[in-house]
Design a protein around this ligand. Sequence first.
Ligand SMILES: Nc1ncnc2c1ncn2[C@@H]1O[C@H](COP(=O)(O)OP(=O)(O)OP(=O)(O)O)[C@@H](O)[C@H]1O
Ligand SMILES: [Mg+2]
Length: 337
Amino acid sequence: MIELRDVTKTFPRAQGEDFRAVDGVSLTVERGSVFGIVGHSGAGKSTLLRLINYLETPTSGSVLVDGRDLGTLGERQRRAVRRSIGMVFQQFNLFRSRTVLGNVRYPLGQSGLSRAEARERAEEALRFVGLEQQARRYPEQLSGGQRQRVGIARALATSPGVLLCDEATSALDPQTTQEVLALLRRVNSELGVTIVLITHEMDVVRSLCDSVAVMADGKVVESGGVYDVFSRPRHPTTESFVRSALHDRPDGPALDRLRARHDGRLVTVPVSGDAAGGHELSRLLREHAVDFTIAHAGVAEVQDRPLGSVTLELRGTDADVDAVLDRLSGLEKAGTR
Ligand SMILES: Nc1ncnc2c1ncn2[C@@H]1O[C@H](COP(=O)(O)OP(=O)(O)OP(=O)(O)O)[C@@H](O)[C@H]1O
Ligand SMILES: [Mg+2]
């Protein structure tokens, strides 16, 4: 659906060299999928998203939407492609002086629809997001979650094939975030809209996305299916984001407190969708007559499969515990998780 080929975007700097906000990015977003982009502030995420609908023009490289290279299209055709791409923002970007219905109808202004048709479309979009009762109210009379649902309805009014979301839930509380995520899930599953979303929260990626790209310094440093990236993070940025979503490994002061509470040896073992790993562990513990208690655990569901780790306190003779740890590290090295 969307393909970026070696795309670079540079901005001029007052002194010295131009600044590469996006640096040689290639990626593919499959039709009908939900694609997440994560990375620290300033990594180039928003710039990358704005390149997809040509709000930013690439300095080099090409952007293809539905097989059409936006760089080779005329202005009219490019506008048509742009209309097929909706956008949702962190701060909602609604007109304060227009009603909810007026906001949702706004992008249909130059669409060639009659007033009645435009109204019908806008009402339909409002029904989809569950706000048809609020059509005559003004944005400031709504809660943050409702405003974002208006923002989503506005983006859907033109029946786009793609929805770009820049931190759509970052200004919302956790409960409201979940409601907006559930709505985006319906936009994807019921309307078949391809979604590209930027988020700071790996939890959003975990619960909504099929694929994810991790950005650092303008580059995509890692990308792939969410489960694969979560279970085998390779880049330090990915590692820290994944840990923040799984909360599965005690470290720093939390680890010190665990050590103070538990006399036995602590070992952290991964938990994955692969049941064989769990059987292997219990067999090892039985064979060596090593007992355990759970000291810490964090297991989340990622793409319908469990992922995380448990930290166990092992108790037994030193020789037996050593034997178990030896075997466990052997299994890790052999790639059995
Ligand atoms: N129009 C512009 N002119 C000059 N520099 C820009 C422009 N837009 C973005 N930049 C710079 O490019 C870099 C990447 O910005 P971008 O907004 O894409 O980051 P981001 O990953 O979205 O960050 P955040 O998480 O804070 O939103 C930043 O250093 C920013 O200052
Ligand atoms: Mg941004």
